[in-house]
Design a binder for this molecule. Structure first.
Ligand code: RTP
Ligand code: MG
Length: 141
């Protein structure tokens, strides 16, 4: 929670979003929904940062290719704020697998992949707090 009471979520526009020139289109969706951008930065994700960000996945079979992908070019890291921002962002992002994600969602409209799915959003208040502290320590108390 921020000082204003609105919820915050961490969002990452992954390297495929930057490569494909979709940053503006994707940011527009979050802004049009009414979420406020409170931090934003272009970041080249290192393997070390990837391992921390995806700590829950590092031992999964899909992690090595995910690590290669997420470090393959610059990403846009941001924090958004608004009423129920965590759940709202997950709804805008859509299901993990772009092939199954509903039309109207970011992944449903722009992704045909279970890995290159354009966007990350925190999945719980605990994850949001952890991820905001990891990516934007200056925002944490
Ligand atoms: P995210 O964390 O990026 O918001 O995505 P998510 O919650 O919808 O999905 P999660 O299960 O947390 O997986 C994290 C990311 O790993 C890649 N992935 N690849 N079987 C696979 O090949 C596989 N499963 C997941 C995706 O990039 C997914 O977003
Ligand atoms: Mg996740």
């Amino acid at each position: 929670m921020s000082a204003t009471g609105a919820e915050r979520s961490f969002v990452l526009l992954k390297p495929d979003a930057v490569r494909r020139g979709l940053v503006g289109a994707l940011l527009s969706r979050f802004e049009a929904k009414g979420l406020r951008i409170v931090a934003l930065e272009l970041r080249q994700v290192t393997g070390e940062l990837a391992d921390e960000h995806y700590a829950e996945h590092v031992n999964r079979n899909f992690y090595p290719p995910l690590r290669t992908f997420i470090t393959s070019g610059p990403s846009i890291a941001l924090v958004v704020e608004g009423d129920q921002a965590i759940e709202v962002v997950r709804g805008l992002n859509g299901a993990t697998d772009g092939r199954k994600a509903a039309p109207g969602t970011i992944r449903g409209d722009y992704s045909l992949s279970n890995r290159e799915n354009l966007v990350h959003g925190s999945d719980s208040p605990e994850s949001a707090a952890r991820e905001i502290k990891l990516w934007f320590p200056e925002l944490s108390d």
